[in-house]
Ligand binder design. Sequence first.
Ligand code: NOJ
Length: 535
Amino acid sequence: MKSTPWWKEAVIYQIYPRSFCDSNGDGDGDLAGITSRLEYVQKLGVDAIWLSPFYTTPNKDGGYDVANPRDVDPRFGNLEDAKLLINHAHELNLRVIADIVPNHFSDQHAWFQAALKADRGSPERNRFHFYDAKPDGTPPNNWISLFGGPSWTQVEDGQYYLHLFDSSQPDLNWENSEVNVDFETTLRFWLDLGVDGFRIDVAHGLVKEDIQENHPDPAGLSEALRLDVEMETSKRNALLESVPYFDRQGVHEIYRTWRRLFDSYGNRDVMAVAEAWVHPPINATLYVRPDELHQVFNFDLLTAPFDGAYLFDVINRSIQLNAMVNALPTWALSNHDSPRVASRIGDSESRALALFVFALPGSAYVFAGQELGLPDGELRDSDRVDPSFIRTNGAIKGRDGARVPLPWSGSHPPFGFTTGKPWLPMSQSWKSLTVESEMDNSKSTLAMYRSALELRALHLTGTGDISWLESPLHGSMRSDLLIFKRGSITVVMNLSIKAQEIELQGVPLIISSGELTNLDGTTLMPALSCMWCLN
Ligand code: NOJ
């Protein structure tokens, strides 16, 4: 019998290489820096690391603008450093997931440079989406870039090329078979170097339809795609379903081909996780059908309010939808594209939610720094480099706040991250949030994460479904208390701003995100907290 594959319920630690640890004092994190900190990552109790891109890049979009996907950018080191990192991770029993960016290349990639020099209609241009201008000279359609502004840029001979993101990120034409051949070469390149899986960037965007047609509401659509813009849910959903460049049927054929490639690596158990922002939610499950990818990110918790009824719904929905295709959900509270969870919902709330989520079936993603309870960095506009900030003239603040480097040690910035000047400024107020100071504090967020992951491995992994005991749909319809059982553990989350009396009836408490108190023989569970008890 085949044992459960490693990724099914893995805890995966996301490292944004530029912000993790700098080994050479240039102010940018690098691969050697990551390697030097892998013992720390292992002791955290995670199963794998996911590395955001470290490939050759002009770095217009934090490395998601790839100029050579089969080499390392000198900022991050070289291929030898990548090998050392992968090998050391494996020695520590950590798997390595690399990021692959198939929707676009950087405009500095050799293919795009060749396309610029080639004629309209040439094979070089056919690898991208080059189109003639409309008779009045305007772009082929009215699509708007996800970073703001038009999604078309004109080249010298008058043709336009499509870029769903920055103008330095031309979209690839997946109808051209050369594109997939090249990506398969890249997948094999990294697999042969030892990586264990891939995170697929914009996995839902590769196939475009109706390129020469206008979208009826491009401005509405670009707002609907932004997490920071409030919009009535039904309006947002309708707009998201209308996107002509996301979630087209053709993408699934690409992943079926890739799955065969992954499976050809046999007992290596290669996995891939899709970044697919799709609508309606059931569409996400199509990416994890048995002959496609292994996981798809569920982004619900990146935006969810700390509200019992809301959490109950999105958690149930994700579990049920994944079950339809025999997959398990994924959970993520933070990543490099969204505000850090501690800033978004609050410190106590984010600790409680993390503990709650670690007890759920499926795989949990932790964005480096989340385990320290790190908030977003405080930045001045002059510090910001995110293309969405630049392209909107500052109307969108962008994602730099979540990308401020990690504080490791000491009492002043740059807190051991670098010996030089960090690429984004770090706040003096992070003194109590360094790895060093949290390591010595049994009440720190880091201490809670370490214990939780140890207990998860011991009591929860592989124990199957959850059963709700008290929830918005059960008993008294309370949405300020969520309780479920899974395996030998009962998980209780108090979402109210008041402490709640609870009866532990002799059941041992094994971990809590807040401190329980005893008042006249009554146990009080603190406000905004979560705990696990043994049944
Ligand atoms: C999603 C990545 O997570 C984000 O950082 C990037 O800007 C876009 N895709 C474009 O590659």
